[in-house]
Design a protein around this ligand. Structure first.
Ligand SMILES: [Zn+2]
Length: 117
């Protein structure tokens, strides 16, 4: 596998699971949990719910729901990747090359000291 392919793999992100809130009663549909009452499996997007799906609390139609965005737990994570001189963006393979490359350089420097004497 080439380095470019590995970087592409590392860049793959999980799809954003938007939550929807019922404007009538405040119930929040969370895609991660699904909906037991209507046998909706976890991971089902709101847009993938059957057209006859209704709020399990107040039976409001899908049109009564508003997108309130994904759960905020992952915010800031992407920004953190830019800290630490970009080392966090490296794949484990690239980190190994960096570490062993530094060791090899140090070894060559050590050997060259003998050459000077
Ligand atoms: Zn409702």
């Amino acid at each position: 596998m080439s380095e470019q392919a590995e970087q592409a793999d590392a860049a793959v992100e999980t799809p954003v699971l938007d939550r929807y809130e019922c404007r009538a009663c405040g119930y929040v549909y969370e895609p991660e949990k699904g909906d037991d009452k209507y046998s909706i499996p976890a991971g089902t997007l709101f847009s993938e719910l059957p057209i006859n799906w209704r709020c399990p609390v107040c039976t409001a139609k899908k049109a009564a729901f508003v997108n309130i965005g994904p759960a905020g737990t992952a915010s800031g994570f992407k920004e953190n990747l830019n800290y630490g001189f970009g080392v966090n963006k490296l794949t484990p393979n690239q980190k190994n090359i960096l570490i062993f490359g530094a060791l090899a350089l140090g070894f060559l420097l050590f050997i060259s000291l003998y050459g000077l004497q």
